[in-house]
Write a protein that binds this ligand. Structure first.
Ligand code: HEC
Length: 128
């Protein structure tokens, strides 16, 4: 019986090693597909929630964008004035004018923190 088990061991170890390798490979693939999905998500979220005002191209030349007087995200000078943390906060909490009138609604109930972070990067990507 004992010698039987000894003979099984090397085989078992080989199997474990290959299972481990497979798991590692699957893990790597998953990590890859997650980051790909993330990028697509930001674009999708932009199209769904932001493009109505800021435009698909980030220039804000939509009807609502003109009305709300949104600025052009492709303008490098405007990009320089933007601060990632502030953008993040404003997407999360929304934006009001001095009279307290809402200019941009808060997205904290619609988007996760990670999605908002991805959108900050997405907005940065409009810079020319
Ligand atoms: C109802 C129209 C509207 C929608 C929809 C909208 N925004 Fe805005 N957004 C505005 C207005 C208005 C401003 C203020 C422009 C300014 O700074 O003069 C603004 C400002 C911003 C700013 C600049 C904040 C800063 O730091 O000055 C960012 C970044 C931004 N929006 C991102 C987004 C994202 C991302 C979405 C979608 C999740 C979105 N917006 C949806 C109207 C909108």
């Amino acid at each position: 019986m004992d010698s039987d088990r000894d003979e099984m061991l090397p085989l078992n170890n080989t199997m474990k090693a290959s299972t481990f390798l497979n798991t590692a490979a699957i893990g790597a693939l998953l990590a890859l597909s997650v980051s790909v999905t993330r990028a697509a998500d930001a674009k999708e979220n932009w199209e769904k929630n932001c493009a109505s005002c800021h435009g698909m191209d980030g220039k804000g030349k939509t009807k609502a964008g003109r009305l709300a007087e949104v600025k052009d995200f492709t303008d490098p000078k405007y990009q320089e004035t933007l601060v990632d943390e502030k953008m993040y906060q404003q997407m999360k909490e929304g934006l009001k004018d001095q009279k307290g009138k809402e200019r941009m609604k808060p997205f904290k109930d619609k988007l996760t923190d990670d999605e908002i972070k991805a959108l900050v990067q997405f907005v940065r990507g409009f810079k020319k």
